[in-house]
Design a protein around this ligand. Structure first.
Ligand code: FES
Length: 165
């Protein structure tokens, strides 16, 4: 992560006092997260220094909110719906498949950096196709652990084929 860019992103956030600094931490983290897809420890340090607050305070907020990531995403990003309908239709088995076959949990990335999977507890709005995942604005529904694993395998293969070409 280019820390000079981080400094530029937050350059106009200049708190007048400690209270205002606390309020600006989230804005700063949002800007960095939007730009890079995550906020590194080093970036959290830059934010803390710029706003005149502490790294533990910044890092506490960074790790509290699910929207923020502290590590880079994989080349592909997938949402796995864990809303009520998907849960009833077996989304937990898909989560388990990720754990068993790839050793990753919520927000985890496959070993080669191909795919990050985020589990979402809110409904993705296509319950009739539960359990479902979304990637690149496409939905893949009525998944079983086997078809889900096939999908993950395809994504990994496609990313690696793209990287090799
Ligand atoms: S609960 Fe998953 S799409 Fe509605």
């Amino acid at each position: 992560m280019d820390l000079a860019v981080v400094k530029e992103l937050i350059a106009d956030l200049n708190p007048q006092d400690w209270q205002e600094a606390q309020e600006l931490i989230l804005a700063a983290l949002q800007r960095v997260n939007e730009r890079f897809g995550y906020v590194s420890v080093e970036a959290a340090q830059v934010v803390a220094d710029h706003l005149g607050t502490t790294v533990p305070r910044v890092y506490g907020l960074l790790t509290f909110y699910a929207d923020f990531r502290t590590e880079p995403r994989g080349k592909k990003f997938m949402l796995l719906c864990h809303g009520m309908s998907c849960y009833v239709m077996g989304s937990q088995k898909l989560v388990q498949t990720l754990q068993d076959n790839y050793g990753i949990g919520d927000g985890g990335t496959t070993a080669g950096g191909e795919l990050t999977v985020q589990v979402v507890n809110g409904c993705l709005g296509v319950c009739d196709r539960a359990p479902i995942v979304e990637m690149d604005h496409e939905y893949y529904g009525k998944l079983t652990p086997e078809t889900f694993n096939d999908l993950v395998q395809r994504v990994i293969a496609q990313v690696n084929a793209g990287a090799a070409s």
